[in-house]
Structures are given as structure tokens and as C-alpha cells.
Design a protein around this ligand. Sequence first.
Ligand SMILES: [Zn+2]
Length: 183
Amino acid sequence: MSTLASLLVLGTGARMLSDVRAVLIAPTSSQVATRFRLGNGLEAEGKACVLGSALLHGPVKLAWDRVLEERSHDSDTSVIIHEFAHKIDMADGEASGTPPITDRTQARAFERAAEDTLEGLRSEGSAILRPYAGTNRAELFAVASETLFSDPDGLASAHPSLFRVLEAFYRQTPRRSSGVELT
Ligand SMILES: [Zn+2]
């Protein structure tokens, strides 16, 4: 867990995790009633599986069965990266979907890319970001952060402007392995 959380802040420094007050581990996930955005203005009601959560000025909660499942299946999703990305977003005191960026030009570029991506997600969906990213800007940042580290080339191809601002923010250029691995 700490390895994945550390991966997020390799370029920016651990101060980005200053809002992490505690990490609580639940043995299993739970379900809550929710509304889903389906795109084209359509919504559906149903139950959502809560795999983790991040509370502003509070703890990160993780369902440990999910953490283990993702690890055993080399999953493209990561509840750890997702929830800790929320905490990075919250490092400036709000869960706005824009992480702390001091450079104003960079912050404006981030806002523009995020807004454009969210609009596109809600109207046309995405080939790579799961629909939950369309919930709001905060979820877009968390889901896109997962994808940046699990499928950077896919994100760069499907959402180049979002990829560029995430890469600039995280100060990292993740790339998938070429597939050649020597042991
Ligand atoms: Zn989330």
C-alpha cells in the first residue's frame, strides 16, 4: 500500500499527502445506494460497491479484499491510487478536482484540460476512463490518476491534453513496459 501511495508523490514530494490523517482498513467492501451518470444526460439508480473513501481532513479507508484482488489480477484499477489521489487533491484544503498547483499558467491549463475532458466524458464517454470519472472533477482526477499509472500510453492516446497536465503535475512520465523482461 505504501509503495503505491509513494509512487504518486515521487515527483512532487510527500507534502502532497499532508491531508492523510490515518489509513483505516476494512476487511471487505460495502454497498450504498447511489445514482450513476450514463452519459448523454441519462442517470440510473442502483447500488454501488464502496471499495474505499477519502474524507477531507480525515482518514483514507480501504477495503482490503479489493486491494488484494487488484494485486492478484494485475488490475488496471487501483483503489489505493484512487483514494490517495483524492488526498492529494485535498492537500490545498478542498476536494475540487484540481490538486495544489502554484504556477498559474499550469493551473489554468489543468483546469481547461479537466473541464474539456469532463464535458467529453459526459457527452461521448471515454475509450479508457471508466464512467465513474464523469461523476465530477474530483472523481475525474482520481480515476485519471489510476489510469495514468496503469495505462499511461492509453491515457496519452485517448486524452492527450489531460495526460499532459497530469504528467506535469505529478512530475513523472509513466510509460508501460516494452514487454521485454529479464529475470
Ligand atoms: Zn473517488
